[in-house]
Design a binder for this molecule. Structure first.
Ligand code: LLP
Length: 441
């Protein structure tokens, strides 16, 4: 195939190219053909990009700090096909629910590499985690600490835990996804003395083995400095706990949140920048404080799946309000990607069947849901669009599908995985019947 790389492809999966008919090709599959076969809206994931990102995190952090465990944050998007890929790539998993745990278990994911997070794990979820043998439970509050100790006692077993600490550091991201500040619903604040109380209680809990601390500042975080500050605060606290209680820090989990570019002008640190700076900071803090070197755990979600995923829509109605706006309406919207409406998230887009057309016009890409806020991309320059054209939105791999809904009784999209010219369905499109399957009259 005679192909060329266009600059607008920078945000698309690593295998993206434009063929000599001006059509977008990903993983060796022409998206026009994919849409013909699987319909729209369609989400596609590029296997090469997914695996490359897993490897980059392992290699970049590992080369500076060999004792690093990369655990993928499942909430960014997990299904069985992805879980299998992460298993093959040797990653661990961050899970936050019995549902995510069940998906991991269904593909025999090594559960000793699973970290169970969450601010209100139910007794049933904790029992399931204990029965299946989850590696770490990241305890968020004293209620959970007591409950977990009781459940482990009843089972006559021990459980390795981390404590989630709230360092009181602002990561400068959207307020809905800020978690490291003192008023957060997550974790034990350092500043109020509750973190120390938690360490004291965890160390005296008969069946729990406190291995270390976790924090997560927020998501996406485009600066490195907030991580450095939080690491310093938590490691100083760890040093105090060593002195007070003779506690040993075996694991230090600095969460996820590593930002990725969504638009062509966005500037965020590369994985290597995060890796070099954060491991450098860890090394200098550990030696400065005289602590023994803990295992470093990182929890990237978005930065692993984001770029691998592309959303494909078909254009229907085009509405021009003269002198005001031109709407290009597509067959999905906030039901499959609520991020623009919820966080004001910005995306780029490309007319996938006219990817090399130079002509441009300013349009707004609107979804088909019954809300004026259902706008996917506001004021973007696109090739001239007509009904039936295909719009491709890059960097849709993280948090679109898992936050999707059946609002307006929209069936959820199909998802395909592409690799070396072959596409396989990894989730079939929901049908109208699916929408009614759980209803009882
Ligand atoms: N670890 C913990 C404890 C987390 O709470 C999160 C994300 C992560 C890791 C992974 O963060 P990531 O590397 O994916 O940025 N729905 C929002 C994002 C919410 C993130 C919640 N926690 C969005 O669409 O931007």
């Amino acid at each position: 195939m005679n192909t060329s790389k266009a600059p607008e492809l920078a945000l698309f999966p690593l295998t993206a190219e434009v063929n000599n008919q001006g059509q977008l090709v990903i993983g060796g599959c022409g998206v026009v053909d994919l849409v013909k076969e699987f319909g729209t809206p369609l989400y596609l994931f590029d296997e090469a990009t997914l695996r490359q990102k897993c490897r980059e995190f392992k290699e970049e952090f590992g080369k500076y700090y060999p004792d690093t465990l990369v655990i993928y944050a499942s909430k960014a998007f997990l299904n069985r096909a992805l879980a299998l890929i992460f298993k093959e790539e040797g990653l661990g998993l961050d899970i936050v629910s019995g549902g995510e745990l069940s998906i991991a278990h269904s593909v025999d994911f090594p559960l000793d590499k699973v970290y169970f997070h969450g601010n209100n794990k139910t007794p049933e979820e904790l029992k399931l985690a204990l029965d299946l043998g989850v590696g770490r439970i990241v305890v968020d509050n004293l209620y959970e600490l007591e409950l977990l100790n009781k459940l482990t006692k009843e089972r006559g077993m021990g459980q390795d835990i981390l404590l989630r600490l709230t360092p009181g550091v602002d990561p400068h991201t959207h307020q809905y996804t800020t978690t490291g500040t003192i008023e957060s619903k997550f974790g034990f604040p350092l500043a109020t003395g509750q973190a120390e109380e938690a360490v004291n209680q965890a160390l005296s809990a008969s069946n729990l083995n406190l291995l270390g601390f976790h924090f997560h500042l927020g998501s996406p975080v485009s600066e490195i400095q907030p991580y450095e500050l939080a690491m310093e605060l938590v490691l100083r606290f760890a040093k105090e706990m060593v002195k007070k209680f003779g506690f040993d820090l075996h694991e230090f989990d600095i969460g996820g949140g590593f930002a990725i570019p969504y638009t062509l002008d966005s500037k965020v640190p590369a994985i290597d920048d995060f890796a070099r700076t954060l491991t450098g900071k860890l090394n200098s803090l550990v030696s400065g404080l005289g602590l023994s070197r803990p295992r470093l755990v990182i929890e990237p979600g978005r930065a692993i799946v984001g770029q691998a995923g592309v959303a494909l829509y078909k254009v229907g109605a085009i509405k021009e309000i003269p002198g005001i706006k031109k709407y290009v309406c597509v067959d999905g919207g906030i039901s499959d990607n609520i991020r623009p409406a919820l966080y004001g998230a910005k995306y780029e887009a490309l007319v996938a069947n006219k990817a090399s057309e130079a002509e441009r016009e300013m349009v707004t890409i609107a979804g088909k849901l019954c809300e004026s806020g259902d706008i996917l991309v506001k004021d973007i320059n696109l090739a001239s669009v007509h009904p039936g054209d295909i719009i491709a939105i890059p960097v849709c791999g993280a948090y679109s599908i898992p936050m999707s809904s059946n609002y307006n009784a929209m069936p959820r999209p199909a998802i395909v995985m592409v690799k070396e010219g072959r596409a396989r369905l990894i989730r079939r499109r929901e049908t109208y019947q699916d929408l009614m399957n759980l209803d009882l009259i």
